[in-house]
Design a protein around this ligand. Structure first.
Ligand SMILES: [Zn+2]
Length: 255
């Protein structure tokens, strides 16, 4: 199974429009970060987590040509605003299964009403099959079992997902011990780390490293990164062994 980091940036992406911050002006490709998303695939399995405003570019870049399911972590625009761009997948495959918390499905139905419309649908509009994700309920996409992991993004509930020995979590600020138990000792953990300064609804780097010490994965990758974190290369040098800053277009292999 392969995991492809489609985007590793926080909500505005890096560079930020109009910014003269040195990280936004950096020529290093690892300092350019689209909105956060991953593509998880094996021979007969292709799942994308979140569908932000950069979805179209990301799908073109990684050459993804089929999606078995789109999984959502939560409804914020940097994770959902690209939903219209599932059109080429819909034309090729039919209704695209989308998995999310009931609250998130309702939010998408309100914001993308024409996608959910059943009657008098505009012919070019895509369609989805919404499937509710519930805490403590493992579901299957093709032959893979997917376990939702519950967390809090400030006051907002968010889901992360565990597939085989891989856990993807983003926009986390806290997690109950019972959920941490579900992911202890995994092979690869992806967790959000915004910057050095604390933030109300996202882990900063210190909180992310504390979380990694609790979970004890073999390897951890940090994502949902702000330009305020600093240059990729400099931040990477300061990280503990087996902790890496993810970057756009990074591909990793999971057993
Ligand atoms: Zn976000």
């Amino acid at each position: 199974m392969k995991v492809y980091f489609l985007g590793t940036g926080t909500s505005q992406g890096i560079p930020v429009i109009g910014s003269h911050h040195s990280v936004c002006l950096s020529e290093d490709p690892k300092d350019k970060r689209l909105r956060v998303s991953v593509w998880i695939q094996s021979d007969d399995f292709s799942v994308v987590i979140d569908c932000g405003p950069d979805f179209r570019q990301q799908m073109l870049k990684c050459k993804c040509s089929r999606i078995d399911a789109l999984l959502f972590t939560h409804e914020h625009a940097d994770h959902t605003a690209g939903l219209d761009d599932i059109r080429p997948f819909y034309f090729a495959q039919g209704d695209i299964p989308i998995y999310a918390h009931q609250r998130v499905l309702k939010n998408l139905e309100r914001r993308f009403d024409y996608i959910f419309e059943k009657e008098n649908k505009y012919p070019g509009a895509p369609s989805v099959s919404p499937i509710e994700v519930k805490q403590n309920e493992i579901f299957k996409v093709r032959n893979e079992s997917i376990e939702p992991i519950n967390a809090s993004h400030g006051n907002l509930q968010v889901f992360g997902y565990k597939i085989r020995n891989f856990v993807y979590l983003t926009d986390v600020k806290s997690m109950e011990d019972s959920e941490i138990e579900k992911i202890k000792g995994v092979e690869v953990l992806v967790i959000n780390a915004l910057r050095y300064e604390p933030h109300n609804t996202h882990f900063n780097i210190e909180e992310a490293l504390d979380f990694i010490s609790l979970v004890q994965p073999k390897k951890a990758y940090l994502t949902h990164i702000s330009h305020l974190m600093g240059f990729h290369e400099e931040v990477q040098k300061k990280l503990p062994k087996n902790v890496y800053l993810a970057y756009d277009n990074l591909e990793i292999e999971i057993k």
